[in-house]
Design a protein around this ligand. Structure first.
Ligand code: F0G
Length: 463
């Protein structure tokens, strides 16, 4: 007989703990900041800690693996969700409350043979979180946090966003019967993302500021209005997001890769994935920790500078600027959590240029996979880490692709037409992009002109 959740282990009771002063709480204020010191909370599971003290390793890892495998063929909404399928490692909703789910998670792992060649490694795989319901990794955290918002009877949820969080929040709020308020920087997010929040029914405010300015307004707002904050300072978001790492390890038959490489913006995702890795190691689900490394754009690199210039002890906010608008963030909220993940997993941090990002994005596209610009920093960063010898050519490497290629078609079209960097300081360096550019041909409607294009293409390929 197949085990059920209750045969294996009771769902762990979870609590909140401040990452700075250790203050433990069962309920956070609306800004999700520790009332003692103002730092961030994380979710922890006291029963696991208690069983560790008693010499046991918490939930039985073999039974959990079996249970999660069995749920893949189950039909209940929580089992078909690639997040709630792992609910033994998540905070539990109160009895009688169902998760708000769009069947998030369940994302594929792809081989990237062309990208592997270009990075100079034997093999390379991508965990494509852009294959979530609203086309970014945000859905895995939104299903948990939005479900907690509904359980606490909030009518309004809100976030500041560079576009993907807002798209995801708007969708989950709509599914959960809540109203949503989106604060986004005016003119600095892609149209695809903006259009999603409009379609899902969010009240959308384009503020004349940047992402960090939107965060400031939102933090003030939630202190004054009964609004549930859905930015990644909300620790229930990170609990959902951490399941991407659990699902990844399951896809790898619980055999840890050597490296996991993620983009860094507000640093919630790297914190969440790292938390999962550490918990999986503690629970005996995996036997060794992969190195988790974070890549930032040169124009939005406060974490890179924090680690390189200040040993990860402090973070000095910067004014951010990059065409990878999803990670155009100068004051990342979760930098301390991410710093601890790098330390625990022995990972590193790198920065990459605008042109390196654009080339890497086209290369990921040429493997038939594609991603949005922010996700492509992972491949650009990998190339640097290989050159530096931090990543060896025969190691197991996973890139986490965070957003779908259709999130930012304007970037892609400009790249292929050759005008992405026209008039910018990157124009000269952009000459290195021609090999990847595939501008569309505009032709008269006759077969001869199409054949001419084919012949020219073949002739160019054979030279
Ligand atoms: N990749 C994409 C596609 C993103 O949308 C984001 C963040 C990141 C990477 C960086 O992840 O912030 O957890 O380090 N987007 C946020 C948003 C900030 O508002 O959509 P992070």
């Amino acid at each position: 007989m197949n085990p059920t959740a209750s045969d294996v282990t009771p769902t762990p009771a979870s609590r909140l703990r401040c990452i700075n002063c250790g203050n433990v709480a069962d309920h956070a204020e609306q800004d999700f900041r520790c009332p003692n010191c103002g730092d961030l909370f994380e979710v922890f599971y006291p029963r696991w800690d208690a069983s560790r003290r008693a010499g046991a390793s918490g939930p039985d890892s073999q039974s959990l693996k079996q249970l999660w495998r069995d749920r893949k063929t189950a039909l209940a909404p929580a089992d078909t969700s690639g997040v709630w399928r792992f609910r033994e490692l998540l905070p539990a909703l109160k009895p009688g409350y169902e998760p708000i789910t769009l069947r998030e998670g369940n994302t594929p792992l792809f081989d990237l043979p062309r990208c592997a060649r270009s990075a100079g490694v034997d093999a390379l795989q991508a965990k494509h979180q852009g294959m979530n319901p609203t086309a970014s990794f945000k859905d895995t955290g939104m299903t948990t946090a939005a479900s907690f918002a509904r359980q606490e009877n909030f009518h309004w949820v809100a976030c500041a966003s560079t576009g993907n969080t807002s798209a995801s929040m708007a969708a989950y709020a709509a599914r959960g019967g809540m109203r949503s308020l989106v604060l986004i920087p005016e003119g600095k997010i892609s149209w695809g993302k903006l259009s999603q929040s409009l379609d899902y029914g969010a009240v959308t405010c384009q503020l004349r500021t940047d992402f960090d300015g939107c965060v400031r307004v939102l933090n003030d707002l939630v202190r004054r209005k009964p609004i549930y904050l859905l930015n990644s300072v909300n620790p229930y978001r990170l609990e959902g997001q951490k399941t991407a790492a659990i699902e990844l390890l399951e896809q790898l038959s619980w055999d840890s890769p050597d490296h996991i490489i993620v983009p860094g913006g507000n640093l919630g995702n790297s914190s969440a994935l790292g938390k999962a890795l550490i918990e999986m190691k503690d629970l005996g689900l995996i036997s060794r920790l992969p190195k988790l490394s974070v890549i930032q754009a040169e124009g939005a690199n406060p974490f890179f500078r924090s680690i390189r210039e200040h040993g990860g002890k402090q973070l000095i906010p910067t004014e951010a600027d990059t065409l990878a608008t999803a990670i155009r963030i100068g004051n990342p909220a979760s930098w301390k959590k991410a710093q601890r993940v790098l330390e625990a997993t022995q990972g590193t941090v790198e920065q990459v240029s605008e042109v390196e990002i654009a080339i890497a994005k086209a290369e990921i596209g040429s493997d038939g996979v594609g991603c949005e610009p922010a996700s492509a920093v992972t491949l650009a960063g990998l190339k640097k880490l290989v050159r530096q010898g931090f990543v060896k050519k025969n190691e197991g490497i996973i890139l986490v692709l965070t957003g779908h290629v259709l999130k930012d078609p304007e970037f892609t079209l400009k790249f292929h037409r050759g005008d992405l960097f026209t008039g910018s300081v990157h124009e000269k360096e952009a000459a290195t992009m021609v090999d990847q550019q595939r501008a569309p041909f505009v032709l008269d409607a006759n077969t001869e002109s199409v054949i001419r294009v084919l012949d020219e293409f073949d002739a160019k390929k054979s030279t």
